[in-house]
Ligand binder design. Sequence first.
Ligand code: RRO
Length: 310
Amino acid sequence: MSLLSASLLGIKFANPLLNASGVHCRYTDELDALAASAAGSLITKSCTLLEREGNPEPRYAATALGSINSMGLPNQGYAYYLDYARRHNYATKPLFFSVAGLSLEDNLTMMAAVRDAYIPAIVELNLSCPNVPGKPQIAYDFEAMDRMLAAVSAEYALPFGVKMPPYFDIAHFDAAAAILNKYPLVAFVTCINSIGNALVIDIENESVVIKPKDGFGGIGGDYVLPTALANVNAFYRRCPDKQVIGCGGVRSGEQVFMHLLAGASLVQVGTALHEDSPRIFARLNRELSAIMERKGYRSIEALRGKLKTL
Ligand code: RRO
């Protein structure tokens, strides 16, 4: 076993890194670049039944501390990503397939199609898109989340994962984890999506920086690292039969190491990938290896979830 090798759902990964869904993964040429990069796996853009243009531009802005976006689920429609998933070479690296239907029925249709394709793509069901006007996040409505997971578990009948929004209260960690734990097919939990409905202000222009929703959007990057780590660790502790994928605030090997200590099995990169290129994965792997070697760790397994408390 090599230093960086990782495992999820019994599948082996050369290293724990992949893109966060939404970044560098709308089109096949972007996915191909991730497939050719040093990332251990890759994930497609969250898809809907039909192609969507998304919200008006500008809809993403970088700041000194991260990013804000209100993309509005621009994607090519699930058939486009399913076609890509059929052609992907799974011998090179695993592929995740992100699903974000606009209704429960749409999610059932898309996940049934993935199941019936008999391909080893791993579904990450997005319960936390913050940016579709008029559509609240499923995972902030616990009854809707419970209904969704019951229906998807019954229809899909294979292990899958869920992309969660950040929670900010212990009672909400408890309630969300209790629902997830009712569903054994929910095999992994990805924490976190962007912190939704934030507002970045440009003081020179006395203006918002993105156009949709009067400037409100999801933030990522340095802003969200401690919230992401808390959510990774909260679900790692509460869901002992599931695995956790960390996402949020990763721009060097140090933050990858933190997510692993908090309990993540794999780690996604969003804002930092958007601001750089798929070449970032080689650097992150190098930096993570250097930290592990300095600390005497010979595998990721040896440090995962080993966060100490005082
Ligand atoms: O497309 C988006 O606006 C978007 C989605 Br679906 C999501 O899950 N998270 C996010 O920050 N943006």
